[in-house]
Design a protein around this ligand. Structure first.
Ligand code: IFM
Length: 472
């Protein structure tokens, strides 16, 4: 066991509640490949990754981990892990290439085969409808800043549910709409690469609206027993000092990083301070009567993706992250400075801090009583190599996962209703703007040969699942 985050690693075995869901997660564009096969058309990520200078090394998702062709082998890997659940995403441009009209049956067939293979292996499928791959044709019409995209999403959601609803019990509308809105339309480091602060706020609103419309469309088609959810990457924001100015910096990031989604979806309102903070960018007149009520369609659980916390202080114009180009923190960028957090870091340069996950779960437990939570992503990139014997030893990843699972266990003991945990990720994959340079997988992928090699962390996770908790 690594010394990383050792304080978070308990000395006694920790058993999770019976029925706790143990899973692994992936996303379509990051693993499928087959980008132009069987009617799939380009998504915004195909366009972006093929634009020189946007993705490290010029990498694209054209082939990725070739999961489209190797799906049975990948389900066999899940079976060896012993997971109860598998979270994957459906590629919108594979099943409804233009973002409107009838579905492409060959696209749907791939997901039918995937789901049937999972069910035959005793694994519960959890389908995410949108993990960032908007059909390019919808972006050409205006993308997420355009209201109609939310309506198109609801149609697509109903269509996929109609095709798979008889065999998929767990549904998530969106993965991390914060990234899609603010990295896609404000900082531009993700597709579609636009740097328009007002468009990012419009996009965030339309994600909330699309979530509500999509959730209603799912419920109209799915059996009553089906679960409908949303996954957010909520930010754990800590002040550099307890002073009022630094606390105000925390408030600003919390508004545009968290409450911009939590308030509409769970309370049917916009955060008043966010509206004030962003008054120089927009008057929010794109929010129409009834939109916020529509966004507040109840969910069966909230998915939480957590990797690391952030530390902020009061700062001057341009202080937030001057090295990173246009800021994603619309309305906060002139008042907030990002401070490097202390302690060990992953290969993404993200701080390792399992306490942040406990803090987040306890906050949500307090603020959203009665809403069950699932950790839909948690994991770490490290520099992994196969040794001469072909083995991949990744003690740091094991340390990271152990510490974070212990934090989840502590939150459950403290009363939080956490129903499951999905490791990000099953496979090494296309890590967005970092291309294939960052490896998050439990299973190593040699992208030249597509050979899969379970890392030590895969064996460790299989043992955790088999014993229903963490060893001492
Ligand atoms: O790879 C991503 C995933 O697509 C969304 N959540 C964060 C992961 C690691 O960056």
């Amino acid at each position: 066991m690594t010394s990383l985050d050792a304080s978070a690693i308990p000395q006694t075995a920790l058993t999770f509640p019976a029925g706790f869901r143990w899973g692994a997660a992936t996303a379509a564009y990051q693993i499928e490949g087959a980008a132009a096969l069987h009617g799939r058309t380009p998504s915004i990520w195909d366009t972006f990754s093929h634009t020189p200078g946007k993705v490290l090394g010029g990498d694209t998702g054209d082939t990725a981990a070739d999961h489209y062709h190797r799906m049975p082998e990948d389900v066999a890997l899940l079976e060896r892990l012993g997971v109860s659940d598998y979270r994957f995403s459906v590629a919108w441009p594979r099943v409804q290439p233009t973002g409107r009209g009838p579905a492409v049956q060959r696209g749907l067939d791939f997901y039918r085969r995937l789901v049937d293979t999972l069910l035959a292996a005793g694994i519960r499928p959890v389908a995410t409808l949108y993990h960032w791959d908007l059909p390019q044709e919808l972006e050409d019409l205006g993308g997420w800043p355009r209201r109609e995209t939310a309506e198109r999403f609801a149609e697509y959601a109903g269509l996929v549910a109609g095709a798979l609803g008889d065999r998929v019990a767990g549904w998530t509308t969106f993965n991390e709409p914060w990234c899609a809105a603010f990295l896609g339309y404000a900082s531009g480091v993700h597709a579609p690469g636009r740097t328009e602060p007002e468009s990012a706020l419009r996009a965030a609103h339309h994600f909330n609206l699309a979530h509500g419309l999509g959730a209603a469309a799912l419920r109209a088609v799915l059996p009553r027993s089906a679960e409908v959810s949303l996954t957010l990457n909520l930010h754990v924001v800590r002040p550099l000092t307890p002073g009022a100015a630094d606390l105000d910096a925390v408030r600003r990031i919390d508004a545009v990083g968290n409450r911009i989604f939590l308030d509409p979806v769970f309370h049917g309102r916009l955060p008043e301070d966010l509206v004030r903070d962003t008054a120089g960018v927009t008057d929010w007149s794109f929010v129409r009567d009834g939109d916020l009520a529509a966004a507040a369609e109840p969910v069966d659980w909230l998915g939480i993706n957590y990797y690391s916390p952030m530390v902020v202080a009061a700062g001057g114009p341009g202080d937030l992250d001057p090295s990173a180009g246009p800021s994603p923190w619309v309305g906060a960028e002139e008042h907030v400075r990002l401070v490097p957090a202390p302690g060990p870091r992953t290969a993404m340069d993200w701080p390792v801090d399992a306490g942040g996950l406990h803090e987040l779960l306890m906050r949500l437990h307090g603020e959203l009583p009665g809403v069950p939570m699932l950790i839909t992503e948690n994991g770490a990139a490290y520099v992994d190599h196969a040794d001469p014997a072909g083995e991949v030893h990744d003690p740091e990843r094991i340390g990271y996962l152990h510490g974070h699972l212990a934090a989840v266990h502590r939150a459950i003991a403290d009363g939080a209703d956490v129903r499951g945990y999905f490791v990000w990720s099953l496979l090494d994959n296309f890590e967005w703007a970092y291309g294939y340079s960052k490896r998050f997988g439990l299973v190593h992928v040699d992208f030249a040969t597509q050979r899969r090699t379970p890392k030590d962390s895969a064996r460790w996770y299989a043992d955790v699942i088999a014993r229903g908790g963490l060893p001492a």
